[in-house]
Ligand binder design. Structure first.
Ligand code: C5P
Length: 234
């Protein structure tokens, strides 16, 4: 793929999404479909996006007992998206079963399994107190990335701040997908571990996820172009 930015389609319906993509001339760009849109539209949203040639990251963040996740992944595999994810905190067996579920269909496209480490909306205090996970975010994302890799994941979701260190631990081919991206002068919203596109590229992120910096901009088309420019800035 030439374009490493997945645009987060955090919209309520296909009608709103289609209109947004059309008026901003973003047809065909890589997109991320999350729970909001998928739970409203169901799997048909994937077919609609494919008709318009969008590469797709299906961000459903599965986290359940291993057998349930495996069976859900068997269904997801038939959608033939590029990337799908689970929470690494679901543990080693759940990650293994997720991969088995994805591998169990004979489709032409092999969907990559990505594990969410620590959400980019969390910082260390929240991780220590709410999740009762000791240590700092860098250690924990590294540990969860290594666990994910050992059990069949192709990469992780992490913040740009952890990407380089994860690749040192897990290998340069292990994918890092980084949300929490903010264009220069954009609001952080509810995200904590944010970074600019340029910083993410410098930290060797394979794919960036960008939502509100583009979708809530006064001129989303211009914001998308700005993201591409910032990504290329030396
Ligand atoms: O609007 P913003 O750029 O913050 O959107 C980030 C998107 O990435 C949201 O759709 C969110 O669900 C998703 N995401 C995230 N952190 C993760 C995994 C996914 O922010 N760890």
């Amino acid at each position: 793929m030439n374009q490493p930015i997945y645009l987060a389609l955090d919209f309520p319906t296909w009608a709103v999404t289609e209109n947004f993509l059309m008026i901003n001339q973003l047809q065909g760009v890589p997109v991320k479909v999350g729970m909001e849109l998928f739970y409203h539209e169901g799997p048909s949203i994937i077919e609609k996006l494919k008709e318009n040639n969008h590469p797709i990251f299906l961000d459903l963040k599965l986290h359940d007992i291993p057998t349930t996740v495996k069976r859900a992944m068997q269904n997801i595999a038939s959608l033939e998206v590029d990337l799908v994810n689970v929470h690494a905190l679901g543990g080693s067996k759940m990650i293994e079963y997720a991969k088995e579920g994805l591998l169990s269909t004979n489709g032409s496209k092999q969907t990559k399994l990505i594990a969410v480490t620590i959400l980019t909306s969390m910082e260390q205090t929240m991780m220590n107190h709410d999740l009762n996970i000791e240590g700092n975010v860098l250690e924990q994302t590294g540990r969860l990335a290594y666990l994910s890799k050992q059990h069949g994941a192709d990469g992780v979701v992490c913040s740009a701040h952890e990407s380089t260190s994860i690749k040192e631990k897990c290998g340069q081919d292990f994918l890092t997908v980084t949300p929490g991206i903010r264009l220069e002068n954009s609001s952080k919203d509810d995200q904590k571990r944010v970074a600019t596109p340029k910083f993410a590229r410098e930290q060797k992120a394979d794919y960036l996820v960008i939502g509100r910096s583009i979708t809530r901009a006064k001129n989303p088309k211009a914001a998308y172009q700005q993201a591409l420019r910032e990504l290329k800035t030396k």
